[in-house]
Design a protein around this ligand. Structure first.
Ligand code: PLP
Length: 437
């Protein structure tokens, strides 16, 4: 076909370097999410705007965006300058700084649930602080989470993140599945798993009055990009308030991405605590926890709930946070993301349709999901199982060979730097990739 007459890219140098690096790094990588990528885990040299430049000298249009953080594109000038200026003043003080206070004030002005903030270096850690705070406040032990929702890699939350279909049990009573060899079984005894987007199941479980916290991605973005059903979040909010269960929204992906105030602002439901990360600091290791003063102040007074971290609010990371949030708050940022994301989403949808592919395209313009092989929009994890994973990996591999990098799990992240020309080039590559299958 005419869309497929190009010479495809080679990734041989990345392949060779990963092989050599395996002598020092297990599998040649530093996170399990970077293993098993087709045709090889990639090695990068530099990145700018919408582009990655790899060890083979390929220029790739990037929709990974560091798994979400690079919302202003790679190497955003304002962030680089703020970080360079802060570097001139020092790095880690083992104490407070004005740049930290500025970041905290900005953040509290953006997320509706934020009256106070505690910073950490990763989303995984911030989740742990939230669960501890909820248990301390309620005096209860049980945590409820949902199938297909990811809250970090630690033992107590790595349950039923990607459960095997043959051992899941029924939708009304899922059997929790551990996520890794070596996981502490006991850490799962206080965690219960429910199917998401079923208000009746939440109401029924919470009514027993023994649940400390309910944690969820308010729009499910780690598996699919799935909206809550109409009334679901409102109903969950009400059920939690009724019995004193702490409602935690994990907005590590959606926070500062789908709107200045995340899903909670976009859909108008305010949780008690919110986890944020990723897009808050343009790739610097910043995450944290926000919530009502009455809850959050328990870290410092009252029960003095323990939360530490050598690198919490490190000054360089705080400078990156301030610069990122200011850029995002500037008039037009979210309109630009929304318009460009919509153009991309529509382009992807029509290219798939034109190629006769069975697929759904769901989610927000700023983070959407291609459900390859799905006939209807997914409602929760169980609907995602029918995805043609092998087929989609063939497509993402063909796309990569045409200079476009997207996640194999179906998610597409966009930045403010993906302009119309970049998006149109992407759609042309997608058409070629589809034609090559
Ligand atoms: N929660 C959600 C919704 C996430 O997507 C992630 C990471 O992908 C995490 C928590 C964990 O964050 P981190 O990788 O910074 O530990």
């Amino acid at each position: 076909s005419c869309g497929d007459s190009i010479v495809t890219l080679s990734f041989q140098h990345s392949r060779d370097r990963i092989q050599l690096a395996s002598r020092y790094l297990p599998g040649g990588v530093s996170s399990n999410f970077r293993l098993g990528i087709s045709p090889t885990p990639l090695v990068f040299d530099h990145a700018e705007g919408p582009y990655l430049h790899d060890a083979d000298g390929n220029r790739l249009i990037d929709y990974y965006l560091g798994m979400g953080p690079m919302i202003l594109g790679h190497k955003p000038q304002a962030v680089v300058e703020a970080v360079q200026a802060q570097l001139g003043k020092g790095i880690l003080f083992g104490g407070q700084s004005e740049v930290e206070f500025e970041a905290a004030e900005l953040l509290c002005g953006m997320l509706p649930s934020a009256e106070r903030v505690r910073f950490s270096s990763s989303g995984s850690e911030a989740v742990q602080a939230a669960l501890r705070l909820a248990r301390a406040i309620t005096g209860r032990g049980t945590i409820v989470k949902f199938e297909g929702h990811y809250h970090g890699w630690l033992d107590n939350v790595l349950w039923s993140v990607a459960p095997a279909p043959d051992r899941m049990g029924g939708e009304a009573a899922p059997v929790p599945q551990s996520g890794t060899a070596g996981q502490d079984d006991l850490a799962g005894q206080r965690v219960e798993v429910l199917s998401w987007n079923r208000l009746d199941l939440v109401e029924e479980r919470l009514a027993r009055g023994d649940v400390a916290a309910l944690i969820m991605e308010p729009a499910m973005c780690n598996t699919g990009a799935i909206f809550p059903a109409a009334g679901y979040l409102e109903g969950v909010r009400q059920a939690c308030s009724k019995v004193g269960t702490v409602l935690i929204f994990d907005e590590v992906i959606t926070g500062f991405r789908v709107s200045a105030g995340g899903v909670q602002q976009r859909l108008g439901v305010t949780p008690d605590l919110t986890i944020f990360g990723k897009a808050v600091a343009s790739g610097f290791p910043v995450a944290g926890l926000v919530g009502k003063a009455a809850l959050m102040d328990e870290f410092a007074a009252g029960r003095k709930v323990m939360h530490g971290g050598t690198y919490n609010s490190q000054s360089i990371a705080m400078a990156a946070t301030v610069a990122t949030l200011k850029a995002l708050k500037a008039p037009g940022s979210y309109e630009k993301l929304e318009q460009r994301g919509a153009r991309l989403m529509e382009g992807v949808r029509s290219a798939l349709a034109a190629a006769g592919a069975t697929a759904t395209v769901t989610g927000f313009p700023q983070i959407f999901h291609v459900g390859f092989g799905l006939k209807a929009a997914p409602r929760n994890y169980r609907d995602i199982i029918a995805t043609d994973r092998a087929g989609y990996v063939r497509l993402t591999t063909a796309l990569l060979e045409r200079g476009v990098r997207v996640l194999e799990r179906g998610a597409w992240f966009i930045s403010t730097e993906h302009d119309d020309a970049v998006i149109d080039e992407t759609i042309a590559s997608l058409k070629g990739a589809l034609a090559s299958l």
